[in-house]
Write a protein that binds this ligand. Sequence first.
Ligand code: GLA
Length: 375
Amino acid sequence: MTLSVHELFSRRFDGDATSVVRSPGRVNLIGEHTDYNDGFVSPMAIDRQIDLAVRPRDDGQVVLYSGESTTAASFAVDDLARVDSWGVYPQGVVRAFADDGLAVRGFEGVLVSDIPGGSGLSSSAALELAVARALADITDLEWDAVDMALRCVRAENEWVGVACGVMDQMICATGVEGSVSRIDCRDYSTTPVVVADDVVVMVLHTGTKRGLLDSEYNARRATCIEAASQLGVGSLRDASIDQVENSALEGVTLARARHVVSENQRVLDWGEAMEQGRWADAGRLMVQSHESLRDDYEVSGPALDAMVDLALETPGVYGARLTGAGFAGAAVALADASAADDAAQSIAQEFPNRYDSEPLIIPSRPRAGTSLTKP
Ligand code: GLA
């Protein structure tokens, strides 16, 4: 029998949790490696989530358990020593609250997650936002989703030490039921792109995990800054494709800039195609995005390429591409709703013949962002 997070809390600690937070993972439909270039992204929150049951404590300690594990991640809210476990994420959030002069308080909790770790579906952003939501509730802070997302980005950049952009935390905090969100990563405004019932988004996790990602990710960011500076613009968001093609940029720098600038345009075109029900066009843009990420940005990998190729051979699939930072982990596909079940089954069956790994196919509707309930 699977116990609810509330039951797990009561078994672990005496009595009941005072609130339960649901915080979703995400998949990005199009707009990859554009967020840290002030560009556009089109993610949605998915049907995979972290549930966190919490209750305040009076001794300034944070004590968190994952599922039925008997080892807690714990730290004091005023302790500056970085913990060496997944507790570094909650600790980063608590530190970011304190750095902003917001009240902090100890709390205890249990979390359960069905977001596969290392898959590129943003389990870390989900955890950060879950903790932020719980802490805001405990300290009576009014919830401002965008503000909190940016605070969690700072936690990840400055405390955890990962130089991510804003996409994952933004969509986890602000996700809208039924819509992909086109986020302008320059001003953080979001525009809903409705996902009609005719189509289904399929998360295609290859079962492989990312390794050695941070250094590659940081190298890509650095090259983008270099390209923008050579083009004489503040960020690649401000460059046109003609400007890039006719510039003095060369080699890898040219290729990276070409990806970012063309990807921004694809995000806008994809949104239009989705709104107008032009599924084949939307799918084609996703394939172009994958090719650009594979050839120009060089962040694909053999498992991701095998998954995308297989998806594109499968009846009912309009388009597929890698999602998230890349290298390994998950891809995403847009499929016809009437064919999606068969497509998911045939991809799950065939993938191990193409790549030595057990895939996980998650058909998903766009879900709402982080939310809190009082049991
Ligand atoms: C990771 C980062 C995001 C974004 C993507 C690539 O998921 O956390 O900020 O840069 O890679 O689009």
